[in-house]
Design a protein around this ligand. Structure first.
Ligand SMILES: Cc1ncc(COP(=O)(O)O)c(C=O)c1O
Length: 439
């Protein structure tokens, strides 16, 4: 007899019909509905969602303004391929986006996902420079399609069995203060990374053959690693010196997550190309490769394209999302609430020796778990604490090379009460973990 689908038993059902290659590191909660910062499951439970669908629902689940804009557009038409036709939501979006992007980022190639935006950035860089080389950074994550996976180095399991990758990619060290072998001060971490780039130029590929450097201004999947501003400034200097394009992957850091619209604005660094996605339309699939008109105009007709990119419903939702961020002053709320959450997390670090580092920007915050007495990564602690949080009604997510980092990604309109609620659950979860390991 054919089995019937039971939503209540999601994990078992999912294991029979969904590809196991999806990371199985999290219980598949059967979500029935979501509102603001909360998810509601079919068994009647409520969870405080500090994942935001991995930095996507930045203005909260089901924001009425975003939904209304999408519904209105759906009543008009839902698709007409860009390249054959054009539509108002897309044209308006280019205008609104130009007003909030880092200066000079004023031409757009829309796509559907973060990986697609990265693919576009890599193709554009090679196309306009005529050079083959790409320098990416250790611990980086840029997506699952072939080009994006070729520049990803956060975990070997994301690459295993997929060789050969797109050639011409070289990995330099990222400025990771907590784990830099030369020391955790700004000067040492930047010098460590710059030395790695110079070694690549000396031994592997001369800078004249490098099209672009691709970097996350704050590493996401890598563990919410915040580099010193000097790191990005050093990359800019090296790129300028050798006519290399600087690509910022702001797929996770974009749309208010770091307390400014983009991390480029936090660090005051000028990109040549950007990849943006995730928070752009609060959950509707949309992304973009962005560059200056001067640069992108050299990408000639037929060189790149898409069927769905720039979908009118997603564009209408993106316009509304940008309006909400502005009207509700969410960048400021992000900075204030981020500081409150960070301070709470720093207090936990004082209390518990298995928390090695607490860091983040805006509302992308993390705790790195270590084996007490040293810096050895402690993924077991991260998993146990996240599970305790889940029991208490708070959903966080893991990150880091070894899964040793607990990351918290609440919506930008999170309230002080909700931050308090999250800190209370975290406090109980950490205490429970301490109790269990103490035996
Ligand atoms: C920095 C970064 N780039 C690219 C991607 C890929 O985005 P997507 O999963 O939408 O393809 C991600 C996804 O987590 C990301 O964090």
């Amino acid at each position: 007899m054919k089995e019937t689908y039971e939503f209540a038993d999601t994990t078992r059902w999912a294991s029979t019909v969904l590809m196991p290659s999806f990371s199985a590191d999290w219980p598949l909660l059967p979500v029935e509905r979501a509102e603001g910062a909360y998810l509601y499951t079919t068994d009647g439970k409520r969870y405080l969602d500090f994942t935001s669908g991995i930095a996507v629902t930045n203005v909260g689940h089901g924001h009425p303004k975003v939904l209304a804009a999408a519904r209105e557009q759906m009543g008009k038409f839902s698709h007409s391929a860009v390249g054959i036709t054009l539509h108002e939501p897309l044209l308006q979006l280019t205008q609104t986006l130009s007003g909030v992007m880092p200066s000079g980022m004023d031409m757009f190639c829309f796509g559907n996902s973060g990986a697609e935006a990265v693919e576009g950035a890599l193709k554009l860089a090679r196309y306009v420079t005529g050079r083959p080389g790409i320098i990416a950074f250790e611990g980086g994550f840029h997506g699952r399609t072939y080009g994006a996976a070729s520049v990803t180095s956060v975990k070997s399991k994301y690459r295993d069995h997929y060789e050969p990758f797109v050639p011409g990619v070289y990995f330099a060290p990222y400025a990771y203060p907590y784990r830099c072998p030369w020391g955790d001060d700004d000067r040492s971490t930047v010098a460590w990374s710059v030395a790695g780039i110079e070694t690549i130029f000396d031994r592997l590929i001369p800078p004249t053959q490098v099209a672009a450097m691709l970097v996350e201004p704050v590493q996401g999947e890598g563990g919410y690693v915040v580099p010193p501003a000097g790191f990005l400034h050093a990359l800019r200097r090296i790129c300028d010196e050798h006519n290399i394009l600087l690509i910022l992957d702001e797929v996770q850091t974009g749309f208010g997550r770091t307390g400014e619209m983009f991390a480029a604005q936090v660090f005051d660094v000028r990109p040549d190309i950007m990849a943006i996605a995730k928070g752009i339309a609060n959950g509707f699939p949309l992304s973009a490769t962005v560059a200056s008109r001067k640069l992108m105009s050299r990408w000639l007709p037929g060189a790149h394209g898409t069927t769905y990119g720039g979908n009118p419903i997603a564009c209408a939702a993106a316009l509304a999302t940008l309006e909400v961020i502005r009207e509700e002053n969410l960048l400021e709320n992000c900075r204030i609430m981020g500081m409150k959450l960070l301070q709470g997390m720093q207090q936990f670090k004082e209390q518990y020796d298995f928390i090695g580092d607490v860091r983040g920007l805006g509302l992308m915050l993390a705790m790195e778990m270590v084996v007490p007495g040293g810096k050895s990564p402690n993924p077991e602690a991260a998993t146990a604490i996240l599970n305790n949080c889940l029991q208490g009604g708070l959903i966080g997510y893991m990150a880091g090379l070894h899964g040793q980092v607990v990351r918290l990604i609440p919506p930008l309109n999170i309230s002080e009460e909700q931050i308090g609620e999250a800190l209370r659950i975290l406090a109980m979860s950490l205490a429970e973990y301490k109790r269990v390991i103490a035996g």
